[in-house]
Write a protein that binds this ligand. Structure first.
Ligand code: C2E
Ligand code: CA
Ligand code: CA
Ligand code: CA
Length: 280
C-alpha cells in the first residue's frame, strides 16, 4: 500500500505539472492574442423596463482563438488576473469600448452608455488608470458620461485601499460607477455612504429564483426601494423569462438585461439592431 500511495502522489504531481504547463501555454497565447488582435468586444443591450428601448450596453470580452474558436472570458480572465496580463487586456478593452461608443455617438448624436467590467487588479496604485480613461475619452471627444465602470463589491472591501481614491476621481470626472453582481459579495453597504455609486446591478442568482422563492423577491424589492432613496438606478441581470420581466415591472426596476431580450453580440450587430442613425 506504500507503493500505491506513492503512485497516487506521483499521479497528482503529474496532474499539477500538466496544469502548470497548460497555464503557461495560455499565458503565452494571451500575449500573442494581444499582439495579433484576437480579442473581440461583444455588447449586450441593457433595456428600459419596457424591454424595447435601449440606451446602454455592457461590453463583454471574447477571444477568437485561432485553434479553439470563440472563447468566453471565464476561460482566460482568471489566468490573466494572476500575472498582470489583465492590465494589458483592460487597456485594450478600454480603447475598443471608447471607439465603439464614439462611433455610436457620432451616428446618433445621442449617448449610448457603454458599461465596462474592471477587475480590482486593474487599478494601479499611482492612479494612472483613471488618467488613462480620461485621456482616452478626451482624445476621441467622447462625453465622459458615456462610460460606466462596473466593479464588484469585493473591490470595495477595504475602505482604506487606494482604489477608493481612484473611484472618487472617476466619479468627479463624470464617469458612472456600477456595482456588479450586487448582493453576493463580501462587502457591507457602508461604501454606498462613502462613494457616489450610480447603478446597482442585481445579481442573476436573485432574478433566477424570484418566481419561486419569496426571499429572493423580498430582497429584490428591498434593493430597489433602498436604491430609489439613494437615487441610484437598478439593473436586473440575467432576465430569462416573461414571468421575471412582469415581476420586475411590478417592482419598478429601472433597467433589464438578459437572454429574454438579447444575448451579447458583436458591435456591428449591436449597431444594426439598436443604434438608430440620425435621419440625414
Ligand atoms: P458579468 O460581468 O456578471 O457579466 C454577465 C455575464 O452573464 C456575461 O457572461 C453574460 O453573457 C451573461 N448573461 C447575460 N444575460 C444572461 C442571462 O439571461 N442568462 C445567463 N445564464 N447568462 C447571462 P460572459 O460574457 O461569459 O462574462 C462572464 C464574466 O467575465 C463577466 O461576468 C465578467 O465578470 C467577466 N468579464 C467579461 N468581460 C470582461 C472584461 O472586459 N474585463 C474583465 N475584467 N472581466 C470581464
Ligand atoms: Ca458585469
Ligand atoms: Ca456619478
Ligand atoms: Ca454581473
Amino acid at each position: 500500500s506504500k507503493s500505491k500511495g506513492r503512485n497516487r502522489y506521483e499521479f497528482f504531481s503529474y496532474v499539477i505539472e500538466e496544469q502548470a504547463i497548460e497555464k503557461r501555454r495560455i499565458i503565452e497565447e494571451i500575449r500573442i492574442a494581444l499582439k495579433e488582435d484576437q480579442f473581440i468586444l461583444y455588447y449586450q443591450p441593457i433595456f428600459d423596463l419596457d424591454g424595447i428601448n435601449v440606451t446602454k450596453a455592457e461590453a463583454l470580452i471574447r477571444w477568437l482563438h485561432p485553434q479553439q474558436g470563440l472563447l468566453g472570458p471565464n476561460e482566460f480572465i482568471p489566468i490573466a488576473e494572476q500575472n498582470g496580463l489583465i492590465e494589458q487586456i483592460g487597456d485594450w478593452v478600454r480603447d475598443r469600448a471608447i471607439k465603439d461608443a464614439a462611433h455610436w455617438f457620432r451616428l446618433t448624436g445621442k449617448v449610448t452608455q457603454v458599461s465596462v467590467n474592471c477587475s480590482p487588479l486593474q487599478f494601479d496604485r499611482a492612479g494612472l488608470w483613471v488618467d488613462n480613461w480620461i485621456l482616452a475619452c478626451n482624445k476621441i471627444g467622447l462625453p465622459r458620461d458615456t462610460i460606466i465602470i462596473e466593479i464588484t463589491e469585493n473591490t470595495l472591501m477595504d475602505p482604506d485601499s487606494p482604489i477608493q481614491q481612484q473611484l472618487h476621481r472617476l466619479s468627479d470626472c463624470g464617469i458612472d460607477i456600477a456595482i456588479d453582481d450586487f448582493g453576493v459579495g463580501y462587502s457591507s453597504l457602508a461604501y454606498l455612504q462613502r462613494l457616489d455609486i450610480d447603478i446597482l446591478k442585481i445579481d442573476r442568482s436573485f432574478i433566477q429564483h424570484m418566481e419561486t422563492n419569496e426571499n429572493s423577491i423580498a430582497l429584490i424589492r428591498a434593493i430597489i426601494t433602498m436604491a430609489r432613496h439613494l437615487k441610484v438606478k437598478v439593473v436586473a441581470e440575467g432576465v430569462e423569462t416573461q414571468g421575471q420581466h412582469q415581476l420586475l415591472q411590478q417592482l419598478s426596476c429601472d433597467y433589464l438585461q438578459g437572454f429574454l431580450f438579447a444575448k451579447p453580440m458583436p458591435s456591428a450587430q449591436f449597431t444594426d439592431l439598436y443604434v438608430t442613425p440620425l435621419a440625414l
